[in-house]
Design a protein around this ligand. Structure first.
Ligand SMILES: [Fe+2]
Ligand SMILES: [Fe+2]
Length: 143
């Protein structure tokens, strides 16, 4: 079983946002697989650490790209959406700091295992209306 399935999050009208979410869910599930292996038999720690770095870089790029799109298309609730991203980044950065300071990768694994709830809620209630607005503006641009 995966940590999160693409079907659990709303399908977005903005193709690049949708593609980013699908990619990120894939990486998240790879993190989960490696993390489970590590917890069970302490295997492949360096692979897990690399995958975590990849995931975190992807999240940062994902948020930055949504924020760029929102600015480009003058999304009215930009500040609210950006604040939600910033809070998630603060929390994940804190978990990473605890991990690096203690060398205990479980500090960050616990955060990752709890994150699907936030991800589903954010995509379905924040990203979805944002994408609907941006998609409309993109269509107008094409006319
Ligand atoms: Fe998103
Ligand atoms: Fe977002």
């Amino acid at each position: 079983m995966a940590l999160l399935y693409a079907e659990q999050v709303e399908y977005l009208d903005v193709e690049e946002m949708q593609a980013t979410h699908e990619e990120e869910i894939k990486i998240l599930n790879e993190v989960e697989k490696l993390a489970t292996g590590y917890i069970i038999n302490k295997s492949n720690l360096s692979q897990l650490e690399e995958k975590l770095d990849e995931y975190i870089a992807h999240v940062k790029e994902h948020f930055a790209n949504e924020e760029r799109l929102m600015r480009k298309y003058d999304f009215p609730s930009y500040e609210m959406h950006k604040t939600a991203h910033d809070m998630f980044l603060t929390d994940i950065n804190y978990a990473i700091k605890q991990w690096k300071n203690s060398d205990d990768v479980k500090k960050v694994i616990n955060f990752i295992f709890k994150s699907p709830e936030w991800i589903v809620l954010h995509i379905n209630t924040v990203d979805a209306p944002t994408a609907a607005y941006i998609a409309k503006k993109m269509a107008l641009e094409e006319e």
